[in-house]
Design a protein around this ligand. Sequence first.
Ligand code: MN
Ligand code: MN
Length: 301
Amino acid sequence: MGDHGNEKNNAPELSGYFTHRKIPDAISSYEDSRYAVFGVPFDNTSSYRRGSRLAPDYVRQAYGNLESYDVAYNVDFTEVPVCDLGDLGESEDVREVVDEVEYVSGRILKDGKIPVMIGGEHSITVGAVRNLKGSSMIIIDAHSDFRDSYMGNELNHACVTRRALDILGPDRIVSIGTRSTSKEEFLSGRKDEVWFLPASEVRKKGIESLFPEIEKFLGEKVYFSIDMDGIDPAYAPGVGTPEPYGLKDTDVQFLVRKLSKKTLAFDVVEMTPVYDNGNTSVLAAKLIQDFIGSRESKKTF
Ligand code: MN
Ligand code: MN
């Protein structure tokens, strides 16, 4: 009974008797899948409230509360070929984890599938982005994550956007929901190379009226990374570094729906079950369903 997710395929008649560390709709084999879900239980560079390493199974558990059919998309998720590979092995070494994420997501992409990564903290995103040179990136985040290095580590979760800039180059990244940035980051000569769209501007203008510009900026190949703290703590309290005055849950749902068909890889990170009241894990699970559902839907959003 490994934890790499093939039990259900090998012994379907026994599956109801055992607990599985996989999202309930992930009943496809890897070979047949179009989406490969995996968890990354890592939070070692988190500076404030740790615990995101525990998130993957909480998100999977919360997913169990959702219907397998979504009427908005007219999609039955059990008919979508999704597999859940389980979690990467635990490690405290950020370099090792980021390299492993690079390898695993690279392999999934080479096999023509969409990686759907459940964090863990935001630092893991850098590994996946390394496989997507030439694409653009949308980040949902309260923080600019733009330090060149933090606590002596350039792979710290406070440096994600900066590392992504190193990989993707200028004018390829939009980070939405920004409301926390250090003076050092604010004054860094490179911050204009990323489009930081503050939560206050989204609130003022509305995400729908900002969207045409976002869509044009991103082009046709997109990496979509959701740091759950980009969403207001009222909707998503279970995060490592909460920040007031954030995005609405439906702002993020709107962006996921609009961009899913252009998205090559997707992640949801920084959810921290220790501080959750249950809403953050189910929102993370729902955003994964929104991603897959809208991508598979015959409707356009
Ligand atoms: Mn972040
Ligand atoms: Mn953040």
